[in-house]
Design a binder for this molecule. Sequence first.
Ligand code: THU
Length: 136
Amino acid sequence: MLADDDRRRLLEAAKLAASRAYCPYSRFRVGAAVLSGSGAVFAGCNVENASYGLTICAERNAVFQLAASGESPPLVRAVLIYTPTPAPTAPCGACRQVLNEFGPGCLVVSTCDGPGVIEATLDRLLPGAFGPRDLA
Ligand code: THU
């Protein structure tokens, strides 16, 4: 469950992040914002690189902002992804795996400039995930 106010805060942060995307190669802007265990919001955008494979996605950038904030433990309760496109964008496989580290049951919401919304829990998007418990 995501409270209306948290959804508004996440959307605002993700839109601002998308406006800051560095994507001269794909021209595909992505903004993401995560809601932490404390209720704080951390945002990230995609940052591309001339060496294409070094590009970082918006979702991972946002999760790493949370981890780097020092919030302990760094829990992801929800992530909202925004793309200025007619259809919503689901997180890539690498980002699903990184989200799983801190929010295996988190809510994933993808929004865009059209009417479509993707809303699912991470365990549905990444069933049977490998995670921290496998190393315990
Ligand atoms: N991208 C993201 O930021 N998140 C995703 O989940 C999928 C793809 C970015 C990476 C690259 O800068 C651009 O979108 C095109 O793949």
